[in-house]
Structure formats: structure tokens, C-alpha cells
Design a protein around this ligand. Structure first.
Ligand code: UD1
Ligand code: CA
Length: 452
């Protein structure tokens, strides 16, 4: 039986942040979330998360994930943290300990470590720059200790094989070793890594499994390392998109901050940011500079340059932008066109409806093939409540009209340009609500000579 312990109590001083370290985002999600996801793939009997600094924030951020929370009231080191969780762990369980700041680890790598028969197995890697990591000390190949950077001699610091922080052992053994760990070291902390020396000295089988790819095991103690992890994460996410049949015209410029489910022959232009959960049907095209968050775009949808879409659903091929802002609750059917400088919110546009320029359409239902002229505004807010505007099929709204909601415009109705419509406009008729044009005969412009 397997139980996972994730160490997530540290405040992460080196981040210089008000936010607990494990909530720093990588790929738009907290580092801890990534670890929980990887741990869950191993189907453990429990995932125990040790929290301390910002415990409430951490618990709130991962609420509803079915985790067992353990409080480490004082931060006295990784060994102390693990010891807080162990009393709850079944004595027969194998325990996998994960640091909370190592979000790129994959479940497959963890299961390879779990397959080892050793009494104590740690995952190590060869770091180009080992600074900050615990060094793996070997004697004729056998692992005999892990030395933390601050306690290491100059010679030990030159060792490039380092501790990833992932460790696996039997619960009973781990408890016994942790009982022996002291805090007589440079940081005055109880180091989890001291278990390695203790177990090795007792003649137990200790192994360091060198991972093939160091990228997965990078930890983030400061923002420079966090930026490094982000780069690795992005490269991985782009690779997955391309493998799924998405063209990235300039892969390095695309940022993926959440899961994307994608059809084939989707094309994403430069400088696009994908956030939250997105789903793209076949042949969706996203133009340069767009931000797409939590959208579900049907096959053939085209989003032109510099558009920002959030919570948008399209149900057929339609066209958006350039320079459009579509907010939550926007639903566009087949053949809809939303053009430049148009903002929508909670708006449903039926098939073939068009708002090509300079409009605000909020809390509205727009009928099939309706045409919304430039500068049309739905006045949906009276300062207290929001009201709906209903526009019928084949309605034609003249430019620069205000539709003061709640209001409805009937099927095939026409609204004269510049109207302020505050009462329902009947189907099939022309409705005008604007001052009549008049000309004043004999009127003269004032001239400078008139001035006394
Ligand atoms: C640790 C390892 C080091 C390894 C490195 C890998 C120890 C003593 N050192 O160092 O060998 O190379 O990870 O990234 O284990 N935490 C708690 N409670 C505490 C202290 C820490 O929960 O009292 C948590 C932190 O939130 C963090 C994790 O444990 O998620 C690791 O702690 P951190 O301070 O980052 O350890 P490192 O100095 O990186
Ligand atoms: Ca760390």
C-alpha cells in the first residue's frame, strides 16, 4: 500500500512573496496542484499534505481535492515536516515523500522509483549547477549520505549529483530514522535527508536513482528558478499541443496556462496566451496577440488579431475580431461575425448575426441574421440591476443606437440610426427615436466683426 506525503509548509523566504511558496504558479496553476495531480496518478491510499506557512491559503486553494491536511505549526525542517504526517500513515505502508516545490515531476518517473526494492530510495539527478541542492555522497558507488549545501565542504560542493527531494521508504523505518535525526547543522533544522546517512550506517539498502531528465526534478526556491520551471513547463505544453495536431507559428511565443483539448489543424499565431481550460475544434484559427481563457470554440472558428476572449462558447464556425473583447457568457452560433472594438457579455448571438464594429452587447439575445450597426450600445445597467435586450431575427439596428433595457426589438424590425430605444420596437416596422433634422434659413454664422 502506498501513501504520499507532500511537504508544503515552508513559506519560501527566497521568493520574497506574501503568498506561500507552493501556491506560486507554474503554467497558471499552483506548484502544489501539479504535484497532487502527479501523486494521484499513482493511486495512493492517501495524499497527506503538510502545511504551515499560509496554511489557510493553501487549504483554500486546493479545497475539494480530497487531501489529508497535516499542520506543521513550526517550521523546523523537512525531517520535522515529514514526522508530523507519519503518525497518521499506516505502519505497513510504503511512503513516498515529495517536496511541494517540484511541480514538473511526472507520475511515470515516480513509479519507476517505487519499483526499486531498496529500503530507502531517493531520486537524484545530475545538475549543471548544483548550487542550493543537497549533494549525494557516495563511497565506492554506494550512497552513504546527503549533504546539504550549507553543511558541505568545498570538495563536497563540487559534486554534481544532487538530491531531488523525492524519497521512498517503509513507514515504520522512516519513523525510526527520523527519531534519530538531530538539528545540529548549519540551519539548525531537522533534515529529512539525514535519514540517508542513518540508514546507510545501519547497513540498510540505500539507493539513489539517477533520473534521465533533470528538467522534471527542478525545484523553485526563488523567482529566477520559478522562471526556469515555467520555461520547461511551456516547452512541454507546446510540444503536447503540436503532437495533438496544432500548428504553432512561433512556438516560443505561445504561453499555455492550463489544459487545452484540441482538434486537428488548429493554427495558433504568435504571442497567444491560453489560460484556464480551453477546447478547440478542428481548424480553429487564433490570430496574433490573442488571450483565450476558458473557451470552447467550435470547428472553424476564427479569432483575428488582438482579441481577448473569456468564457466564450461558439457552436459553429464564426469570426471574431480583430480587437474584440468577448466576456463570460458569450455564445456565438454558426456564421456570426463580431468585429473590431466590439465588447460582449452574457450575449447569445444566433446564426448569421453580425456586430461588425464598435458595439457593446451585454445581457442580450440577438436573433438569426440580425445586423447590429456600428456604435450600438445595449444600456443594460441602471446603476442597480442588469436588464436584458432581446433582438429578433433579421432585425436591423441603425448605427449609434442605444437600446435601453429591458427592451425588445421584433423580428425584421429596423431601428433608425441614432435612436434611443426605451420601449419595445414592433416586428417589421421602422422605429425612430431621435430629434427630427431641421435647417434654419437665413441663419448667419457669428463673425469677428460682431464682437464689441
Ligand atoms: C531540499 C533538500 C535538498 C534537495 C532540495 C531539492 C532537505 C534538508 N534538503 O532542500 O537535499 O536537494 O530540497 O529541491 O530536505 N518544508 C516544510 N517544512 C519545513 C521545511 C520545508 O514543509 O519545516 C517544505 C517546503 O515547503 C518545501 C519542501 O519542504 O516544499 C523542501 O523545502 P526547501 O526549504 O525548499 O528545501 P531545500 O532547501 O530546497
Ligand atoms: Ca526547495
Amino acid at each position: 500500500m502506498l501513501e504520499v506525503i507532500i511537504l508544503a509548509a515552508g513559506e519560501g523566504k527566497r521568493m520574497n512573496s506574501a503568498r506561500p511558496k507552493v501556491l506560486q504558479p507554474v503554467g497558471g496553476r499552483p506548484m502544489l496542484q501539479h504535484l497532487v495531480d502527479a501523486a494521484r496518478e499513482l493511486e495512493p491510499a492517501a495524499i497527506r499534505v503538510v502545511v504551515g506557512a499560509g496554511a489557510d491559503q493553501v487549504r483554500a486553494a486546493l479545497d475539494g481535492e480530497g487531501l489529508d491536511w497535516v499542520l506543521q505549526a513550526e517550521r523546523r525542517g523537512t525531517g520535522h515536516a515529514a514526522a508530523q504526517a507519519l503518525p497518521d500513515v499506516s505502519p505497513d505502508a510504503r511512503v513516498l515523500v515529495l517536496p511541494g516545490d517540484m511541480p514538473l515531476i511526472r507520475a511515470g518517473t515516480l513509479s519507476r522509483l517505487l519499483q526499486r526494492q531498496a529500503d530507502l530510495a531517493v531520486l537524484s539527478f545530475v545538475a549543471g549547477d548544483p548550487t542550493g541542492y543537497g549533494r549525494i555522497i557516495r563511497d565506492r558507488g554506494r550512497v552513504v549520505a546527503i549533504r546539504e549545501e550549507k553543511d558541505a565542504s568545498d570538495e563536497e560542493r563540487r559534486i554534481e549529483e544532487v538530491n531531488s527531494g523525492v524519497l521512498c521508504a517503509g513507514a515504520k523505518d522512516l519513523s525510526a530514522w527520523l527519531d534519530e535525526v538531530g538539528d545540529d547543522n548549519a540551519q539548525g533544522e531537522y533534515y529529512l535527508t539525514d535519514c540517508i546517512g542513518i540508514a546507510a550506517a545501519a547497513g540498510r539498502a540505500v539507493e539513489a536513482v539517477v533520473a534521465d531528465s533533470a528538467d522534471e526534478l527542478l525545484g523553485a526556491n526563488d523567482r529566477a528558478q520559478l522562471a526556469g520551471l515555467e520555461r520547461v513547463f511551456q516547452a512541454r505544453a507546446r510540444g503536447e499541443l503540436m503532437a495533438a495536431g496544432v500548428t504553432l507559428l512561433d512556438p516560443d511565443s505561445v504561453q499555455v496556462r492550463g489544459p487545452v483539448v484540441s482538434g486537428r489543424d488548429v493554427c495558433i499565431d504568435v504571442n497567444v496566451v491560453l489560460e484556464g481550460r480551453n477546447r478547440f475544434g478542428d481548424e480553429v484559427a487564433i490570430g496574433p496577440g490573442c488571450v483565450i481563457r476558458d473557451c470552447d470554440l467550435a470547428a472553424g472558428t476564427r479569432v483575428e488579431a488582438m482579441s481577448v476572449l473569456e468564457g466564450v462558447r461558439t457552436t459553429g464556425a464564426c469570426s471574431v475580431g480583430p480587437f474584440a473583447r468577448l466576456r463570460a457568457g458569450t455564445e456565438l452560433a454558426e456564421g456570426v461575425k463580431v468585429g473590431n472594438f466590439v465588447e460582449t457579455k452574457k450575449a447569445r448571438l444566433a446564426a448569421g448575426a453580425k456586430a461588425s464594429h464598435l458595439s457593446y452587447i451585454g445581457d442580450a439575445d440577438v436573433g438569426e441574421d440580425a445586423n447590429i450597426g456600428a456604435g450600438t450600445i445595449t444600456c443594460n445597467y441602471d446603476g442597480v440591476s442588469k436588464h436584458r435586450t432581446v433582438i429578433g431575427r433579421l432585425a436591423f439596428i441603425g448605427s449609434n443606437s442605444s437600446l435601453v433595457a429591458p427592451v425588445s426589438v421584433g423580428d425584421e424590425a429596423t431601428i433608425g440610426a441614432g435612436s434611443v430605444i426605451s420601449g419595445d420596437a414592433p416586428a417589421g416596422q421602422l422605429t425612430l427615436a431621435r430629434a427630427r433634422q431641421r435647417s434654419v434659413p437665413g441663419w448667419k454664422r457669428p463673425s469677428a466683426g460682431d464682437k464689441k
